[in-house]
Design a protein around this ligand. Structure first.
Ligand SMILES: Cc1cc2nc3c(=O)[nH]c(=O)nc-3n(C[C@H](O)[C@H](O)[C@H](O)COP(=O)(O)OP(=O)(O)OC[C@H]3O[C@@H](n4cnc5c(N)ncnc54)[C@H](O)[C@@H]3O)c2cc1C
Length: 451
């Protein structure tokens, strides 16, 4: 019987296993997972810590029993420490240091990413945590449950995980300071949006220090002294660092699998590596960017699911190609939602387009119907061709920001012109939209701006 072995049991690994079993039920599928939490939604960790998700078990996309019911064998608490592509064998170490050798016909690597470790002295001090795995969340939860209760936290990093953690811990009653190296938080969206995000955090009592490089964390009694550039000096009960991730590709690299400039595994459109029969997917791998038409490193759960599914399908004889990412993302911060897809103006310029970006503020639905909310859209298109290049939206929760960014994402996927958005038959009822949806109003504003 053909043996499909998968390393990693998160979004990419489990997607690969499920798809392989769907297509070829008779195949033998084993997933080796370094921890005891296969198929857990690590995207949900901030919501578990905030208390909005009460029981961590609920974070499982599927339980172990659900996965095993599909005929997939799980080898939990086993860390793969070597791949031998010549003999098609992997070496895994179990919880009691026992070593197991498993052979495979096809291999999928879904080892994901690990939290990047910034150059900060004292990063290993007690009370300082990354936020990536269930164990990180459990460690923070233990501190949150201590008596006397912790009062304050510093969140290093103003990216999306930093934002979610700031909200999460603030909901638990802690005083929060977010420290960001750049001069705006959420630098993945344009500055005007970053400013709205900052104001939202501050309105909810979160302090934001931008333009500060944290350089040291020192335990002092039961406190942590956090210091940085410009005389930054604060005390806190705990520190979360959320300064990005790096691909976990060491295992692959040691086996002779090519990695690219970000340290992520190189794959082709079929998610196969340079070694035939070995596939890679998710945060450990590079991603084809549909607009840039080149590989990038853009680790997201949405991408990991899709790539994993394709790797699983192709590992059992399929020929599916990964269509590419657009970098579509959405984030909720308190009552605010911010989203983006495609390229921003500066990114489009760098890529050789001739971009023009407009900003439009409007109502999310007919203003005469109660509860209308403002929503701001930024649309980027190419001056020469009129092609849509990207969009960003910010608005209150309930303003259908994520639905609207997805309309732009679908249009981008199909290489539509900005003006062509006006031909789309979008839904309308006064409590939810307008006869011209804000997406189309923004498209019209862009077309008009071109004269
Ligand atoms: C707090 C947080 C919030 C997020 N929010 C979002 C969001 O809202 N939207 C979004 O799209 N994405 C989000 N992400 C990103 C998303 O979670 C990741 O892109 C996704 O988990 C990647 O899945 P993956 O399977 O590639 O890798 P990972 O989730 O990193 O999993 C890697 C797997 O490999 C295993 N592994 C690693 N090395 C070995 C080894 N040597 N042997 C055996 N097993 C090994 C690990 O145990 C794990 O099972 C968030 C991430 C975090 C941390």
């Amino acid at each position: 019987m053909t043996q499909l072995l998968i390393i990693g049991g998160s979004d990419a690994g489990i997607s690969a296993a499920l798809r392989a079993k769907e297509i070829a039920p008779s195949i033998d599928v084993t997933v080796v997972v370094a921890d005891r939490f296969p198929n857990f939604s690590i995207c949900g960790l901030p919501f578990y810590l905030s208390g909005e998700v009460f029981d961590w078990h609920d974070l499982a996309h599927r339980t172990v029993a659900d996965i095993e019911r599909e005929g997939i064998r799980l080898l939990l608490d086993h860390k793969v420490q070597a791949i031998d592509p010549d003999d098609k064998i992997i070496e895994a170490v179990g919880p009691k240091r026992e070593v197991q050798y498993l052979s495979y016909d096809k291999l999928v690597i879904g080892t994901g990413a690990v939290s990047a470790r910034p150059h900060i002295a004292g990063l290993d001090s007690p009370g300082v945590f990354p936020m990536r795995w269930m164990k990180d969340a459990f460690a923070v939860q233990r501190i949150l449950k201590r008596r006397p209760k912790p009062k304050s936290a510093v969140v290093v990093g103003g990216g999306y995980i930093g934002m979610e953690m700031a909200e999460s811990l603030s909901r638990r009653g802690l005083e929060i300071i977010v420290v960001e190296y750049f001069d705006t938080v959420l630098s993945t969206v344009d500055r005007t949006f970053g400013q709205i995000v900052k104001e939202t955090l501050e309105r909810h009592g979160v302090q934001v220090a931008t333009g500060v490089a944290v350089d040291a964390i020192k335990p002092q009694g039961k406190w942590l002294a956090v210091s940085g550039s410009g005389g930054f000096d604060v005390w806190a009960d705990l520190v979360i660092f959320a300064t990005g991730v790096r691909p976990e590709a060491t295992l692959a690299q040691a086996a002779g699998i090519d990695v690219g400039k970000w340290g992520a595994i190189r794959v082709n459109h079929e998610m196969e590596t340079n070694i035939p029969g070995i596939y890679a997917a998710g945060d450990c791998a590079e991603t084809w960017h549909r607009l840039l038409e080149r590989y990038v490193y853009l680790p997201l759960g949405t991408t990991a699911h899709k790539q994993g599914r394709i790797a699983g399908e192709n590992a059992v004889g399929g020929q599916r190609r990964y269509a590419g990412t657009l970098g579509t993302q959405v984030l909720k911060i308190f009552d605010l939602v911010v989203a983006r897809t495609g390229l921003r103006d500066s990114e489009a310029s760098e890529a050789g387009f001739d971009p023009s970006t407009i900003e439009l503020e409007t109502w999310d639905h007919k203003a005469y119907y109660p509860g209308a909310q403002w929503v701001v859209l930024r649309v980027t298109g190419d001056r020469g061709t009129g092609r849509l290049l990207g969009a960003q939206i910010i608005g209150r929760r309930g303003a259908e920001v994520s639905k609207r960014i997805d309309v732009f994402a679908a249009a981008l996927f199909h290489r539509m012109a900005v003006d062509a958005l006006n031909d789309l038959d979008l839904s309308y009822t006064p409590p939810l939209s307008s006869p011209w949806d804000p997406v189309q109003m923004a498209a019209q504003a862009w077309v008009q701006s071109q004269g």
